[in-house]
Design a protein around this ligand. Structure first.
Ligand code: HAM
Length: 423
């Protein structure tokens, strides 16, 4: 088939099983978020390019290499959202919602990044996310992490009584306040400048613009150089360490296990203080399933008043890959409505219509002889076949066949419609 008639590289069709999982994930996440007092805000899928370039950092891979940016017919520069946080903050400012701080906002939707596709990494992917705005306190970080852990627990991939073997672990780090970050940046730049020629091309570029990102390089030679680099912890202010201590204290109090990863810096530039990732060893290179941290400066970048925030986003495709084999769809009762022949179709269709109206799941079987129709009823795992033949039509009854036991009886149609006469 012509290449242009296939899904574009890095995108995929969400087939019925995928959607079942996506819906389940969103339902668990949203129900849990509501218990924490979240409400839902969904910004548009595309925004003015500046919304992202101002906030995510000009040197972040996302802005620098991965955005789907285009000029529309009116000459405006627009970008398909590569993540949710920038749009949420823009929406809070544009709609005057910052009057009602603090805010707890939940979102769900498609994101777009021009990355090299592989398992768990796509060009169109979906995130659920949560942003808590307006709290200076480290307890907000703990709350954001508690929500994440409860969602992952609810999906059965964090430790809980029913899943003692977790599929993921929480890694945390602190980048310190802005002053700490700047002081560490200076130390790291000084150290790495001596190795400039030996660094990978990417890291050389970052050395100029955003040296912290070199810490999460994938290049082995860069990694060896970094072994000798000054540690970030040596530059973190006492206040920032105290803040981070409280986050750890909160997690311990909640019984959420974590490890400290002092190389965790995250790919977007807006973070200060706490950063975190829930990672798994079950998805190859794409190990982060849920990631985020504390940020400041985003609200001012969008023209609002300085307001701190903390939040995270979770890749739905990655969660779905983890859940694929574990998730069993809850059984729902299906009734198969079968017309003996074409002349009984209107009556059978009416029965299906009334049953659906009263909340029943009905598979209406149109084609084939009676043998084929019963096969189809078995295939959809119907519990009963409701048969309308000439006699049933005349007498306003239904032939009810229990598909497990094979027993068959005649029941007045009015009873069936009222939900009686099946057992
Ligand atoms: P992020 O780390 O860029 O953070 O993405 C969060 C999650 O989205 C990742 O951990 C991963 O599960 C998923 N993800 C990212 N890129 C892809 C991709 N190409 N294919 C499939 N899944 C992907 C953010 O987006 C921040 N906005 C998180 C945040 C919210 N920080 C504060 N608030």
């Amino acid at each position: 088939m012509a290449k242009t008639l296939q899904p574009a590289r890095g995108t995929k069709d969400l087939l019925p099983r995928d959607n079942l999982l996506f819906r389940h994930i969103d339902q668990v996440a949203w129900t849990t978020a509501q218990r924490f007092g979240f409400s839902e805000l969904i910004p548009p899928i595309f925004e003015f390019t500046e919304v992202f370039s101002r906030s995510l950092g000009e040197t972040s891979d996302v802005v620098h290499k991965e955005m789907y940016t285009f000029q529309d017919k009116g000459g405006e520069w627009l970008t398909l959202r590569p993540e949710g946080t920038a749009g949420i903050i823009r929406a809070v400012v544009s709609n005057g919602l910052a009057q009602n701080l603090p805010l707890r906002l939940y979102y769900n939707g498609a994101m777009f990044r021009h990355e090299r596709p592989q398992r768990g990494r796509y060009r169109q992917f979906h995130q659920i996310g949560a942003e808590v705005l307006g709290f200076e306190s480290p307890w907000a970080d703990v709350e954001a992490l508690s929500l994440a852990a409860q969602i992952l627990g609810g999906l059965g991939i964090m430790t809980s009584s029913s899943t003692p073997q977790p599929a993921c672990q929480l890694e945390i780090n602190t980048l310190g306040d802005r002053a700490s970050r700047e002081s560490y940046k200076a130390k790291l730049t000084e150290f790495l400048s001596d190795y400039k020629q030996e660094l990978s091309a990417d890291s050389q570029m970052r050395l100029e613009k955003n040296p912290l990102r070199i810490l999460d390089t994938k290049d082995e030679k860069d990694k060896a150089i970094l072994q000798k680099a000054p540690l970030m912890q040596t530059s973190i202010s006492a206040e920032s360490l105290e803040f981070f201590g409280k986050v750890q204290e909160g997690l311990t109090a909640l019984g959420i296990p974590f490890v400290i990863n002092d190389r965790l810096v995250r790919g977007l530039d807006y973070y200060t203080h706490t950063v975190f990732e829930f990672t798994t060893d079950q998805l190859g290179a794409q190990s982060a399933i849920l990631a985020g941290g504390r940020y400041e400066g985003l609200m001012t970048a969008m023209g609002g008043k300085e307001t701190p925030g903390v939040g995270w986003a979770c890749g739905i495709e990655r969660l779905a890959l983890l859940l694929e084999e574990r998730y069993v769809e809850p059984a729902s009762e299906i009734l198969a409505v079968i017309a003996a022949d074409e002349t009984c179709m209107p009556e059978a269709q009416k029965l299906a219509h009334l049953l659906r109206q009263s909340g029943k799941n009905v598979d209406q079987i149109f084609t084939g002889n009676m043998g084929k129709k019963f096969k189809r009823a078995d295939k959809v795992q119907a519990t009963y076949a409701l048969i309308i033949g000439e006699t049933e039509k005349q007498n306003q009854t239904v032939g009810v066949k229990n598909l497990k036991t094979g027993e068959q009886k005649s029941v007045p149609m009015a009873d069936i419609v009222r939900g009686q006469g099946l057992s």
